[in-house]
Ligand binder design. Structure first.
Ligand code: PEP
Length: 252
């Protein structure tokens, strides 16, 4: 049975004290939950990753990095490698986030390299994709998503897919307060699952968790998560408040 996942992407938020408090509060609340088939992931900034990984070690919470460099090592000032992440106990990395694509020029070609490097280091990948508003308006959203997934992930083999989590994040819904309707999310998730089923065996498609991201909040989480092909959420803004994040976990 594929896993449900609620992952919080903290982006460039929270300095030391806020970070510490948020981890502590989430950890306390998650302790009392019966998580069954659900994974809880938090993605703090690089500087607090090691400390957070240590703090949550004996809990049900996992940590993810928000990014990594594609090279093994070398003269890449300011960058972080997959090997460094593994060495501090991080086993997950978010790749392809629309903010990385838009503000840092990450292309599908670059993402192929990042994906390969992450897998080589046995990092599990939360791979983000999604269309911008113009694509949705011109009914081009399925094409865009199909291309993003095919270009970055379809060179992988079935075994590699055990380490892939997909996250559909329509760019127009990220941080805007606007959410895709549960029907829009379901429609895209089913489309993506079908794409994977056509390329690989249907078990691969059945096993891959597909998260929805884009202004998920306690008020709308349950309705979105109730859809058959929505296996959880990648949460931005609402992951910065322990109470909201925990409500979203409960919604699953
Ligand atoms: C995100 O950036 O991954 C995200 C989903 O953000 P928000 O929940 O704030 O829309």
């Amino acid at each position: 049975m594929r896993k449900k996942i609620v992952a919080g992407n903290w982006k460039m938020n929270n300095a030391k004290v806020e970070s510490k408090t948020l981890v502590k509060d989430i950890k306390e609340s998650v302790k009392g939950l019966e998580l069954k088939n659900t994974r809880v992931v938090i993605a703090p900034t690089f500087v607090f990753l090691q400390r957070t990984a240590k703090k949550v070690k004996k809990s049900a919470i996992e940590v993810a990095a928000q990014n990594m460099h594609q090279a093994e090592s070398g003269a890449f000032t300011g960058e972080i490698s997959a090997g460094m992440l593994k060495s501090i106990g991080v086993n997950l990395v978010i790749l392809g986030h629309s903010e990385r694509r838009e503000y840092f020029g990450e292309t599908d070609e670059l993402l192929v390299q990042k994906v390969d490097t992450a897998l080589k280091h046995e990092l599990e990948i939360i791979f983000c994709f999604g269309e911008v508003l113009e694509d949705r308006k011109s009914n081009n959203h399925f094409n865009i998503v199909e291309n993003q997934i095919k270009k970055a992930l379809f060179h992988l083999n079935s075994e590699d897919w055990k380490h892939i989590v997909l996250a559909y994040e329509p760019v127009w819904a990220i941080g805007t307060g606007e959410t895709a309707t549960p029907e829009q999310a379901q429609e895209m998730h089913a489309f993506v699952r079908e794409l994977v089923a056509e390329r690989y065996l249907s078990d691969v498609a059945e096993e891959v968790s597909i998260l929805y991201g884009g202004s998920v909040k306690p008020a709308n989480a349950q309705e979105i998560f109730s859809k058959e092909d929505v296996d959880g959420g990648l949460i931005g803004g609402a992951a910065l408040k322990a109470e909201d994040f925990v409500q979203i976990i409960k919604a699953i």
